[in-house]
Write a protein that binds this ligand. Sequence first.
Ligand code: GLU
Length: 422
Amino acid sequence: MAPTTSSDARLNPFEIAQRQLDEAAALLKLDPAVHELLRWPIRELHVTLPVKMDDGSTKIFHGFRVQYNDARGPTKGGIRYHPQETIDTVRALAAWMTWKCAVVDIPLGGGKGGIICNPKELSPGELERLSRAYIRQIGRIIGLEMDVPAPDVYTTPQIMAWMMDEFSFLRGYNEFGVITGKPLALGGSAGRGDATARGGIYCLREAGKALGINLKNATTAIQGYGNAGSFAHKLGVELLGLNVVAVSDSKGGIHNPAGLDYEQVMKHKDKTGSVVGFPGAKAISNEELLELDVAVLVPSALESVITAANAGRIKARFSVELANGPTTPEADAILYKNGVYVIPDFLCNAGGVTVSYFEMVPNAYDYYWEESMVHERLDKKMTAAFHAVHKTAQEHKVHNRLAAYLVAVSRVAEAVRLRGWA
Ligand code: GLU
């Protein structure tokens, strides 16, 4: 990541999440006790995991599960495997999950989990033993009615399957609904795979309409080519006719002003492990990709990539935040001043958890929905959430992230008040 001297780069993600909430609380004139309650996770578990490695040694891993707020329902949120995972990253992500479920108005709270590890250095057997060890520890605080994990950065449907299996053995019966993002054969939902990107593309479609901007052939750059970023490429082209000219992953980026073909890029990535080196495209860095002169920018990698140091150089008209926390508060102010229309993370990427909810419901009564129904209901949820946020931003003359906070925090605060917690 580019070195930066700005003050915001020193903030950790949880401090950023708290600052964002503080700003919303002031505007909402939130009761001070409700505000203070919402600044902190309700509970968290730190776990230490011994795992037998393939070479016969035992390695000790550390992990977390944070349940941020369950006023509106069981906590919900993914599990990240990342070498730079920290408890504060997980706390921030758990807070954002709380606002995410509230902004799309699904009856769930927010949570998040993480293990400090580099999954790229683990064999499939080691990965399975690590995942099962994690569930043996956090199994005591998760369950369909308590807290329901899901995939996130570097975790997959296969990992969800192992986790569900381990949990079911702990309980002594199958509990498919303990975790979402499972393979279809084990109670997964049709449409969960591309749901995060699909929800974001629906939001962009609505933003184009709201601003009267035609998105057909709009030049697009996508940072991050995991689940969210790669499906944003596919669906952006399929549903809106975007012209994706640049994409990147952790190893670097590629740029071709004539456009990049999704199938070809995917084939290259599957073969080589990266988008880098794609024939006919020019190599660019992740930092350069963010500053390209494109209509649509899609940050879909990690936190804090748009900071006070580079926000002034962002030229896109739309920033479609499929990543969690890609923009710091200082950068938000700069983007707003410069007229960049940000579709903020916990609104933009809420499609994933929304379809997770559409997985939990059939898991509870063992009757599954067709993909067309999932798409239709997801579209309804995302469109309603987008317009609630857009309208609030116009009414209060604030940027979209703050507007999304106003919508989400007032819903969670109402639940807290009605329950008599504060
Ligand atoms: N990890 C995804 C997110 O950050 C999905 C969470 C879920 O489905 O519970 O929204």
